[in-house]
Design a protein around this ligand. Structure first.
Ligand SMILES: NC(=O)c1ccc[n+]([C@@H]2O[C@H](COP(=O)([O-])OP(=O)(O)OC[C@H]3O[C@@H](n4cnc5c(N)ncnc54)[C@H](OP(=O)(O)O)[C@@H]3O)[C@@H](O)[C@H]2O)c1
Length: 305
């Protein structure tokens, strides 16, 4: 095995980006604009052309890429691809002392597996979750969550500042950012699913869907206003439905909603799933508790870490 060792005095501002999909290209471009010495690598040649014109160096192998700088930012389709690229590099180079900032989205469990695997190669993992689209990178709208060893993150804050916006270190547990990512995307897609259900009914009733917009916005604000208190209730284990709607009243409301949707010929499959979880909580004797008690019902059987 031919090995490439870490340079004695690596340039702290140098950085490598592996993965030049829409997000990786945008991240590399932001690093170049911030004045960093950027090396890039992508499995398929050709995607680096614009970045090279803008001043990036093109590595001809994963090993050349991961040894070109003390920090490599990975932005690939999933952690299997990250593992494949790092192991390809490790066959030709000594990666000890390097840090991988992995901005690839994957599950918390797979992030932990990746961290353990990288540790066997002497590579530290800072894992990140990008909460905004590629177009936001480099602007104030960027929002990125990071997790893993805090010193490794702190040492790279100036580098990561090139992405703009807000950055948060959400925990030493390397899977914390991936976990937040999954949780927040669940919240996001559930809200979009709720909007789709609402608009399906509005359209089936032959009403102008745009007329619903101001009222839907007001309803979303109500959720936003209630959210911190509900999370505080969960944190404190306060389930009393005495001061809010109870699960019993939610069940009655869901019956009414499902009847209305079915009557208009709109599928109730999303509402049925919610009604099933509410029914399970009530059957277990929690009908008088607040709807946020569903946290307990949904997590029945979860193995807490
Ligand atoms: N795009 C966004 O707005 C956005 C927003 C938030 C988070 N993210 C996250 O950012 C990550 C990257 O997203 P993306 O939109 O840039 O593109 P993507 O389609 O998710 O990933 C494409 C990249 O993965 C590489 N790749 C796939 N399989 C590989 C393998 N087996 N070995 C090596 N490389 C492999 C591709 O290489 P080839 O070019 O050779 O195919 C390409 O560089 C994802 O985890 C995504 O969830 C993206």
């Amino acid at each position: 095995m031919t090995t490439t060792r870490l340079p004695e005095t690596p340039d702290p501002g140098a950085v490598t980006v592996v993965g030049l999909g829409p997000m990786g290209r945008t991240l590399a471009g932001a690093l170049l604009r911030a004045g960093h010495d950027v090396t890039v690598w992508n499995r398929t040649l050709g995607k680096a052309a614009e970045l090279v014109t803008a001043g990036a160096r093109l590595a001809d192998s994963p090993a050349a890429a991961l040894t070109a700088a003390p920090t490599t930012i990975a932005c690939l389709v999933d952690d299997d691809a990250v593992t494949a690229v790092v192991h390809q590099a490790a066959q030709q180079a000594d990666l000890r002392g390097r840090t991988l900032v992995n901005l690839t989205a994957d599950s918390p469990a797979r992030t932990r597996v990746l961290a353990r695997d990288l540790a066997t190669l002497g590579v530290d993992l800072v894992d990140g979750a990008i909460m905004t689209p590629a177009a936001a990178i480099g602007t104030d709208a960027t929002r990125i969550l990071y997790a893993g060893p805090r010193p490794a993150y702190e040492a790279r804050r100036d580098l990561l500042a090139a992405f703009g916006g807000e950055a948060f270190h959400v925990g030493e547990d390397v899977a914390a950012a991936a976990s937040h990512d999954v949780a927040l995307l669940t919240l996001f897609w559930s809200a979009i699913a709720g909007l789709a259900q609402a608009l399906a009914l509005t359209r089936a009733e032959d009403l102008d869907v745009t007329a619903l917009t101001p009222h839907a916005v007001a309803m979303s604000r109500l959720v936003t206003d209630l959210l911190p208190g509900l999370v505080a209730d969960v944190a404190a284990g306060r389930w009393s439905g005495a001061e809010s709607a109870s699960l019993d009243s939610l069940a009655a409301s869901l019956d009414h909603l499902r009847t209305a949707h079915a009557g208009a010929g709109v599928s109730t499959e999303l509402l049925d799933a919610l009604a099933a979880a509410v029914g399970r909580a009530i059957a277990a004797g929690h009908g008088g508790d607040a709807p946020i008690r569903l946290v307990e019902t949904l997590a029945d059987g979860a193995h807490r870490r």
